[in-house]
Ligand binder design. Structure first.
Ligand SMILES: [Zn+2]
Length: 362
């Protein structure tokens, strides 16, 4: 439903990297390993409410109606793309009133990669609903797990789920699309879990969530959405000095109640399997374990892969099971949600590597 024909990279028109083939590649891999993965296409529709908890009303209205308006205004059928984005030096003059779709596309988007086509909103909606369905299932398997732990079983075999969704979400802010992202699937599912009145810890408090973002790029959207809150704890490992360029530094630590609950760890481009796993294990020991969360939600990007066409550290296919295994050792019910990863040939193996590592089956 969401298949833009092209995007612009380094000034050149190129095919749209965030393509439907990504889903096919991952799905084929999972289906070919039925001993490890149970695949279901079932999902529930949770309606608008959980999406509105994260995204602003006017932004959602824009996403839903943009393509129709764009075409009516004579826009190119490839989809909605901005021409003018309100740079802060423009916007500070106080004139931020977009009356037509071309202007709105700049107001609600921060780059040239989030092309809105005819069914983009429906596609992003479904991705959010699939992630919410997985979050609901996470509660169920989490309760089962807790019961077993109370009965004396160890925390060494945590249960997990994976939501195979696109478009991805972690760049989508409360009222901005960008970075191939429209609705922030992970943020929507996280907020939904926090909002469930019957979901309480033994001490009566709300369930606590860690979002672990292992995509190559900084999750500026998730950071913005939860910047002023202490739940969830947002942790991102990503490339230094790369897209989205203007966020992701270590000095962005949260604000107000959220101060200290936003942790960015930029890594150099030359990061290897060993470097990555070492950095991840350190974050787990120093930040994730002490936070004492109830659930982990992983923004799972494999554009950290050495041969990724638009990104990449030096991480190899042998590194991914080790990353999955490090996450397993946190010992908590975990929901993995697909974000980036564009090396189609290795996408299934790399995503499958993380998941099998998490299952202790690599
Ligand atoms: Zn990415």
């Amino acid at each position: 439903m969401h298949t833009p024909q092209y995007e612009f990279l380094s000034g050149a028109e190129t095919h749209y990297f965030e393509s439907p083939e990504r889903r096919e590649a991952i799905l084929n891999f999972l289906r070919s390993h039925p001993d490890m993965f149970e695949v279901t296409e079932y999902f529930e529709d949770f309606g608008y409410q959980p999406i509105k908890r994260v995204h602003k009303k006017d932004f959602l209205e824009y996403l839903e109606t943009a393509y129709e308006e764009w075409i009516a205004e004579g826009g190119h059928p490839n989809g909605v793309l901005p021409a003018t984005i309100p740079h802060h030096k423009l916007a500070r003059l106080g004139r931020l009133k977009a009356s037509n779709c071309l202007a709105k596309s700049g107001q609600y988007c921060f780059d040239l990669s989030a092309v809105i086509t005819k069914n983009t909103f429906k596609s992003a909606w479904n991705a959010a609903q699939i992630t919410l369905t997985a979050a609901k299932e996470l509660v169920r398997i989490g309760e089962e797990y807790e019961m077993n732990v109370t009965d004396g079983s160890s925390r060494e075999n945590p249960p997990g789920l994976y939501a195979l969704v696109r478009p991805p979400g972690h760049h989508a802010q409360s009222d901005l699309c960008g970075g191939y992202c429209f609705l922030n699937n992970v943020a929507i599912a996280t907020q939904w879990l926090i909002d469930q009145p019957e979901l309480k810890r033994k001490d009566g408090g709300l369930k606590k969530i860690v979002i672990l973002d292992i995509d190559f790029h900084h999750g500026n959207g998730t950071q913005e959405i939860f910047y002023t809150t202490s739940n969830p704890l947002y942790i991102s490992l990503h490339s230094d000095d790369d897209y989205p360029y203007f966020t992701g530094s270590e000095i962005e630590r949260g604000e107000g109640e959220g101060l200290g609950f936003n942790i960015n760890l930029p890594l150099p481009k030359a990061t290897t399997d060993d470097d990555y796993v070492e950095a991840l294990e350190k974050l787990i020991q120093e930040h994730i374990i002490p936070y004492k969360a109830d659930y982990v939600i992983v923004s799972l990007g494999v554009d950290t892969f050495k041969d990724d066409p638009i990104a990449g550290f030096l991480v190899t296919s042998e590194g991914y099971p080790r990353i999955g295994n490090a996450i397993r050792k946190i010992g908590l019910p975990t929901l993995f949600v697909q974000e980036g990863g564009y090396c189609i040939e290795m996408l299934g193996i790399n995503v499958g590597g993380i998941l099998s590592g998490f299952l202790g089956r690599a």
